[in-house]
Design a protein around this ligand. Structure first.
Ligand SMILES: [Zn+2]
Length: 162
């Protein structure tokens, strides 16, 4: 299957996050040409800084396979992984990472730093960014644009801000 095919599935998860009024970031984990886990950002719903799409997907994949070692698994995520998720990817022995948009404010696969290239670790996933980059980035920019608009409207209505 093409990388774009799987990235579209991750985008579906990002759109799902958005239906919960969450920042649209989605992730899937693929093994043997099958999706074994999905995750979409739930930081607000769960009020947990750990509830990133990748972490939720990794948890599900471990449960499904009955092992913390996700060898032979590929992870697709719509945004460049943060330090926590890059760490979890390394810890879970995921083989290949594919991400969509770059995150200049937090990405750890090349933008802010590159945890996948730090010398001395005992596992390195291969990784590739920029897959369906503009689609993934547009979801995010549209979401934040809409948020700003809503904020402005609330201000206009004189609703006290939090
Ligand atoms: Zn993360």
């Amino acid at each position: 299957m093409e990388k774009e095919y799987w990235m579209k599935k991750a985008i579906d998860q990002a759109k799902k996050a958005q239906t919960y009024d969450e920042v649209p970031i989605g992730c899937i984990i693929v093994k043997d040409e099958k999706i074994i886990a999905r995750g979409s950002n739930r930081r607000e719903t769960k009020q947990s800084s750990l509830a990133h799409a990748e972490i939720l997907a990794i948890e599900k994949a471990c449960k499904k396979l009955g092992t913390w070692r996700l060898e032979g698994c590929d992870l697709y995520v719509t945004l460049e992984p943060c330090p926590m998720c890059s760490g979890a990817i390394i810890q879970s022995r995921i083989e290949h990472v594919y991400f969509g948009a770059y995150d200049p404010k937090g990405g750890c696969a090349g933008s802010c730093t590159n945890l996948f290239e730090v010398k001395g670790f005992n596992h390195y996933p291969s990784y590739e960014g920029g897959i369906m980059r503009s689609e993934c980035a547009k979801l995010l920019s549209d979401f934040f644009k809409e948020k700003r608009k809503q904020k402005k409207q609330l201000k206009k209505q004189g609703t006290p801000s939090e």
